[in-house]
Design a protein around this ligand. Structure first.
Ligand SMILES: [Zn+2]
Length: 131
């Protein structure tokens, strides 16, 4: 796919300023896909959701590239940790592993307690039947 021609930044600023003066919206940012809702994202804007308020209206759309956007910083949606690449969050993984370990230890402690109770009941039963 051929890359679109980039605008000169000064021309882009001028164009944006004029558009803003007319009352037009000028969203600006890196265009990414997908957004949280599965559509396009422009900067922090969920473009699909945003465009929904313009549904069934006649629009004029001016699109200008300012060149390739840098690599995206991926942030964990659960804890906010900045990830180096898309994939599992090491911080959340650690928390999950620690919680699992704690649950397992608690379960083992409960099982040991139940075994102890069973043994006591068994001994009490033996004592009763013998007596
Ligand atoms: Zn996380």
């Amino acid at each position: 796919m051929k890359h679109p021609k980039s605008l000169h930044p000064a021309n882009a600023d001028e164009l944006a300023a004029i558009a803003l003066e007319t009352g037009a919206e000028v969203p600006r940012g890196a265009l990414r896909y997908p957004s949280e809702s599965g559509g396009w994202r422009l900067g922090d804007l969920d473009l699909s959701e945003h465009l929904d308020k313009y549904r069934d209206q006649q629009l004029v759309v001016i699109i200008g590239s300012l060149g390739r956007a840098g690599a995206e910083r991926v942030i964990c949606g659960i804890c906010g940790f900045v990830l180096n690449d898309v994939g599992g969050c090491p911080r959340c993984k650690l928390v999950t592993e620690e919680a699992a370990k704690e649950l397992k230890e608690r379960q083992e402690a409960e099982e040991a307690l139940f075994r102890e109770i069973e043994e006591i009941l068994e001994q009490a039963g033996n004592t009763m039947s013998q007596g």
